[in-house]
Design a protein. Sequence first.
Length: 144
Amino acid sequence: MAKMTLGELSKKMALIDFAMLSTRTKEGAVSSRPMSSNGEVEFTGDSFFFTDESSRMVAEMTADENVGLTFTGAAGILGGPPMFIAMEGEGELIRDKAQFAQRWTKGLDHWFKQGVDTPGLVLIKVQAQRIHYWNGADEGEIAL
């Protein structure tokens, strides 16, 4: 089967609502949590998520910028077999309100009541370095 391009993968990712973001604890264990994915934004290798400065995830990313993201799409929703995506990348913590505003969507108001002015708000940027996908019998890797 033909290898999927980053653009094709981006279209499938837009239909998946959540990703699991994995970090490494100071003890060396893997810690994962669900993060909302914004399907309105075309994926070009970078993923963005909002969180609170006081979260354990921020502390873990400060100590080790290597993170993982996993996405799972159910069969039929993506117009075919189930889709699984695993990414390895570098996490960056952004504290710039101008960048918050560029990536803000109305649905975030539920979690962050004061919008981009919410105290302790942090934007996580994950720059993918390697993406592995499984789409039915098709599987492949995209190196960035």
